[in-house]
Design a protein around this ligand. Structure first.
Ligand code: OFO
Length: 183
């Protein structure tokens, strides 16, 4: 008896997204290692922590596929691409990859809606929210490097930015979570 509750199309798309989350973890690992080599330990720490977060995203997809009776297909993970050329370039690359991830998440939402697979549609809402947070975090990084001087940031400004990011919490403060008591 077939107990797979996922269509072949959605099973394939969910597996692809599981691999993409692993790919995102590789990107953060590569950039964190690059930052560490350059002596930016605060930035490296922030990016290493984020690599772990991407792995938890990968596991969420894996567990969901199994729970729905689907087949998990673990494949090779594409490499992270070139290392950043500067802190400014690093943060721009992080932003670009998060926006690309949002595009993929939305495509999965579209696909689940088209099939009226409301379980998958519901599951994907967590990721829709998570991507708001991920993009906010990436935009924060871009604002910080802009204040530090952007592509022309001087060593002293980068030193302060590095120290600041070492202390940064993993979760971004989102506009929709603000209340009168907690603006
Ligand atoms: Fe998995 O959220 Fe970033 O990419």
């Amino acid at each position: 008896m077939d107990t797979n509750r996922l269509s072949a199309t959605l099973e394939k798309a969910l597996n692809a997204q599981m691999t993409n989350e692993a790919h995102n973890a590789q990107i953060y690992l590569a950039y964190a290692s690059w930052a560490s080599e350059k002596g930016y330990d605060g930035i490296a720490n922030f990016l290493f922590r984020h690599a772990n977060e991407e792995r938890t995203h990968m596991m969420k997809f894996l567990e969901y596929i199994l729970k729905r009776g689907g087949k998990v297909t673990v494949t090779a993970i594409p490499g992270p691409g070139d290392n950043p050329k500067s802190v400014n370039d690093c943060f721009e690359k992080v932003y670009t990859s998060e926006v690309e991830n949002t595009r993929r998440i939305y495509a999965l939402v579209d696909a689940s809606m088209a099939e009226k697979d409301w379980a998958t549609y519901n599951f994907m809402q967590w990721f829709v929210n998570e991507q708001i947070e991920e993009e906010t975090l990436a935009m924060d990084l871009l604002s910080k490097i802009k204040v530090a001087g952007g592509a022309d940031a001087k060593d002293t400004a980068l030193y302060a930015l590095d120290a600041d990011l070492g202390k940064k919490p993993d979760d971004a403060q989102l506009a929709q979570d603000a209340t009168v008591e907690n603006p």
